[in-house]
Write a protein that binds this ligand. Structure first.
Ligand code: ADE
Length: 226
């Protein structure tokens, strides 16, 4: 089974490069995920291919119009069923590992990227099933946020990471931060790697890592332990 993600955006060029490098590129090449970018302007009508307009009631900032978005979503939905229509917005539910895990089990997703003052509320009421924020700060558009959601989700798909266990030991996977890691050389400018890691004693190493995870979480993110 492979996942399909359709991203609706006014700036497709901003979303190209994340899928043309590294792990995401490899996942696409292996056929584990398909990512399709749709330029909202292609669904706009009129000479000016207008996708945004002034807001009713006045006020600064443009609002993305419902009609082009409806056209694009309806065309996609006519071709297959979607598990979720996600809208990227700073007032959505904040992305976390649990949400990424959940989304990685889906088959077909639409991600709508907001711009300007956002989309006409009726888009959210009529089409959107999930609203996601990547944090309490405002970006100039939903594209980079969508790329982050895609990265967090795609790396969890079976077969994407080389070492199948490595996503399981990520920070946050058990509400714990990951322990510190080291590689060669064993000593650098007088700074030594913890002796236990060179001991070859796997059970003791595991115990040390668990204890380091817990300590790190207590120090840096006590909220995760509540
Ligand atoms: N669009 C603008 N800011 C955003 C955020 N923080 N998360 C998701 N989408 C956004």
């Amino acid at each position: 089974m492979s996942m399909r993600i359709d991203i609706i955006t006014v700036l497709p060029e901003l979303l190209k490069s994340p899928f043309e490098a590294s792990i995401l590129k490899r996942a696409i090449e292996k056929g584990l995920v398909e990512v399709h970018l749709h330029n909202l302007r292609d669904y706009a009508t009129g000479n000016y291919k207008q996708v945004d307009d002034y807001q009713f009631g006045g006020g600064a900032g443009m609002v993305m119009m419902i009609e082009p978005i409806d056209k694009c979503i309806s065309e996609l939905k006519a071709q297959r069923d979607y598990d979720d229509v996600i809208y990227m917005t700073p007032d959505g539910n904040t992305l976390n590992q649990k949400m990424a895990n959940e989304l990685s089990l889906k088959e077909n997703l639409i991600i709508l990227c907001g711009h300007y003052k956002g989309v006409d509320q009726r888009v959210r009421d009529m089409f959107v099933t999930r609203e996601i924020s990547i944090g309490d700060y405002v970006l100039s558009g939903g594209e980079l946020a969508a790329a982050i959601v895609c990265d967090a989700v795609i790396r969890l798909l079976p077969g994407v990471l080389n070492d199948e266990t490595s996503a399981l030991t990520d920070t946050f996977q058990d509400n714990l931060l990951a322990p510190p890691v080291f590689t060669r050389p064993a000593e650098y400018k007088g700074k030594e790697v913890p002796k236990i890691l060179l001991s070859g004693n796997t059970p003791e190493i595991e115990k040390w890592r668990e204890q380091q995870s817990l300590q790190r979480t207590q120090e840096r993110r006590p909220d995760l332990l509540e």
